[in-house]
Design a binder for this molecule. Structure first.
Ligand code: PLZ
Length: 448
């Protein structure tokens, strides 16, 4: 087999020389246990030395196929040349000045790119932050300030972060919210469109949600409706067509800010620049992070200029928000997305994965649903013949994949979703090999 290398010269192959985890990783895990809070989880106790393309190399010399992208972050790869070059140049000039103290061009350039790339041809402005949670927090601040209203509407199965407000916005208790209350107020939850479980059309699911908002919150009290166009941690739930459109129309009719949380679904991940593009919905505000900066911590709120400018000067900020090195990384990552057509690459991933997983579902009746778009794909696992979630099976299949050197993640309110988030730069043969391993794992665990 010819040596396929990614741009950083890392061999694009799955190659195991020890059991997973290997001895060095086991040693490092012991050190980790002695010094890192037990509260910080670990999906796969394997310590990485290099990564790129579609692979991760560990301290024991194993090379694993990555179907997680660091939770939908390394879409352009873990060391994309344009990102590395931009970061090296910037970090050598200066690491930080605080944009609120003395600004720098990179921040402005990122905001210009966001204005161009995010949906809608209206005047847009942005504010940059460090994490997705911080971006969501600030999107809510901005919406409340602009409307003078307080209520924020979110959805079942939503995930928006781990800060106090974003925990209130997030649906699942364990592990995200348990014993961390009290949580911020004026947050109201309504049913999500979950076609596999509710069988509703988009408009009908939206009517159900809107009725609950109008009865329990009141349109005139509602500052914002906040939704992931394709829910991430909640289980890669793709709303039925028309759901987002109906919500958008309702928000427009009642002066409610429509916030699309594109932190996991944005930046080419779903086979479009943003998740809302599937329905042609134009949000008032968009939160972005993860894939935007190729692995550097950067997040943003981008939206209608009149809403973003409603906030008094100094009302938004933070010490590190829009760090210059992270901004340089983002410009390199966005250039990579454009130059390598990663929207098309994500679609190509979906065209490989979806048919293969649908065929797998015919072989394994525990696969209750196959869903997603582009390179944001998932299978929901249930007790065969029912829709009863089978979280144990999802965990067992993921573990079997890990043992075979393929990194997969679970998700879902019920923990029964196996999700696939490959880097958009993964090679075709490597992706096919990873799917072969997923099939082997199902055969081992679920019985062929
Ligand atoms: C839609 C959506 N909004 C907001 C966030 C929060 O982004 P941060 O950068 O993790 O704060 C996410 C982060 N999702 C992964 C969280 C992983 C974990 O913490 O266990 C998201 O997916």
């Amino acid at each position: 087999m010819t040596d396929v290398l990614d741009q950083t010269g890392l061999q694009q192959r799955r190659h195991l020389v020890t059991e997973i985890p290997g001895p060095r990783s086991v040693e490092l895990m012991a050190r980790r246990a002695a010094t890192v809070s037990a509260g910080v989880g670990t999906t796969l106790p394997v310590f990485i030395t290099r990564a790129g393309g579609g692979v991760l190399e560990d301290v024991d010399g194993n090379t694993l196929i990555d179907l997680g992208s660091g939770i939908a972050v390394t879409s352009v790869g873990n060391a994309a040349p344009r990102v590395v070059e931009a970061v090296q140049a910037q970090v050598a000039d200066f690491t930080h000045t605080c944009f609120m103290v003395t600004p720098y061009e990179g921040y402005v350039a990122v905001c210009e790119a966001l204005a161009e790339l995010t949906p809608g041809d209206h005047a847009k402005k942005s504010a940059l932050f460090n994490s997705g949670s911080e971006a969501v927090e600030n999107a809510v601040k901005i919406a409340r300030h602009a409307t003078g209203r307080q209520a924020v509407v979110v959805f079942d199965h939503a995930y928006h972060g781990r800060t106090n407000l974003t925990m209130a916005l997030t649906a699942k208790n364990m592990p995200y919210k348990h014993r961390f209350g009290p949580f911020a107020g004026e947050v109201y939850r309504v049913p999500m469109s979950y076609p596999y479980r509710d069988g509703l059309t988009g408009p009908d699911a939206a009517a159900r949600a809107i009725s609950q908002i109008e009865v329990q919150v009141g349109a005139g009290n509602t500052a914002a409706v906040l939704i992931e166009p394709l829910q991430g941690e909640g289980g890669f739930i793709e709303p039925a067509p028309g759901f987002l459109t109906a919500l958008r129309e309702w928000c427009t009719a009642h002066g409610v800010v429509f916030i699309a949380d594109e932190i996991q679904s944005g930046f080419c991940r779903t086979g479009a620049w943003f998740g809302v593009d599937a329905e042609g919905v134009v949000p008032d505000l968009v939160t972005t992070a993860k894939g935007m900066a190729g692995g550097l911590p950067l997040a943003a709120v981008t939206g209608r200029a009149e809403i973003m400018d409603a906030v008094h000067p100094g009302g938004l900020g933070g010490t590190y928000g829009g760090n210059p090195v992270a901004c340089a990384a983002a410009l390199g990552a966005i250039e990579t997305m454009r130059a390598e057509d990663l929207v098309g690459a994500a679609r190509a991933v979906g065209e490989v994965m979806l048919p293969r997983l649908r065929t797998l579902a015919q072989r394994f009746p525990a696969i209750g649903d196959v869903r997603g778009r582009g390179a944001m794909i998932a299978v929901e696992l249930v007790v065969p013949g029912t829709t009863e979630p089978d979280a144990a099976l999802a965990g067992a299949v993921a573990k079997a994949c890990h043992a075979r050197g393929v990194v997969v993640l679970t998700a879902g309110s019920y923990g029964n979703v196996l999700r696939f988030l490959p880097p958009l730069v993964i090679g075709h043969d490597l992706l096919v090999e990873a799917l072969d391993v997923v099939e082997e794992a199902f055969a081992e665990v679920a019985g062929s």
